[in-house]
Ligand binder design. Structure first.
Ligand SMILES: N[C@@H](CCC(=O)N[C@@H](CS)C(=O)NCC(=O)O)C(=O)O
Length: 231
């Protein structure tokens, strides 16, 4: 797809959710170990959970579960009994759960400093706008494309409402590449540490511990993933 159109549609998708996941909200206790989320990028229910992670400034290991994906869908079926996404695993408490509303509530109760924002809890309005965001990115990141599995998960610095980060997450999702998602939305107390590591405040920023690559620029990251992992 033409790059300008791609970015414009991604921007509209963020607009459909009024920028939810752009800024950090009130945060509470911090988990010792990163949460684990089985999801896929185009799923509106998964979007709600990813937004909550950005607002709460939480890291998570993302296991992408695109349709026909051979690896992590099977893992969810094994753990929970059915292929339904999102599926959250919290290794700190042993909690494992389906249902986006339950997951959002759990995250705000466990790691938030207050109630979840209205844009995440408005029932049909939340779902309709999350669905509209998915409709603006039809099929992007929802279907598996054959890829080589990396030995170690990649790392992505990102936040949910960034149109450029979405483009990278879609590629990771289609290729079923697991990654440690570092959320650094506006107001994140971890931005300074990020700048120290990367040299500047810009996302997406991808680190691949398998090859030593570390790069900015969504278009370059998409090309890197294609060249390195797509079959
Ligand atoms: N009520 C559930 C609905 C979840 C749901 O329907 N997820 C869809 C993806 S958007 C799904 O798992 N579909 C099965 C599949 O993709 O194979 C929730 O809020 O989490």
């Amino acid at each position: 797809m033409n790059r300008a159109l791609d970015v414009s549609l991604s921007l509209l998708a963020s607009g459909a959710r009024l920028g939810t996941g752009m800024s950090v909200g009130s945060i509470g206790a911090r988990p010792e170990r990163a949460l684990e989320l089985y999801e896929f990028e185009a799923c509106p229910y998964c979007r709600k959970v990813r937004e909550a992670l950005s607002i709460l400034d939480l890291d998570a290991v993302i296991y992408p579960c695109p349709k026909q994906g051979p690896r992590f869908r099977e893992e969810v079926k094994r753990r929970g009994g059915k292929a339904q996404f999102p599926y959250l695993v919290d290794p700190n408490t042993g909690k494992e759960m389906y249902e986006s509303d339950d997951i959002v509530e759990y995250l705000f109760e466990s790691y938030g400093g207050g109630a979840a924002p209205l844009l995440l809890t408005a029932g049909p309005i939340t779902l309709a706008t999350a669905g509209l965001a998915s409709a603006l990115r039809p099929g992007f990141g929802s279907h598996y494309r054959p890829a080589r599995a990396p030995e170690r998960p990649l790392e992505l610095y990102s936040f949910e409402a960034s149109p450029f980060c979405r483009i990278v997450r879609e590629q990771l999702s289609s290729l079923e590449i697991p990654y440690l998602l570092h959320n650094v939305a506006k107001g994140s107390p971890r931005r300074d540490a990020f700048v120290e590591r990367s040299g500047k405040m810009m996302v997406p920023y991808l680190v691949d511990p398998n090859t030593g690559a570390a790069l900015f620029e969504s278009a370059d990251i998409v090309d890197y993933l294609e060249d390195t992992y797509a079959l």
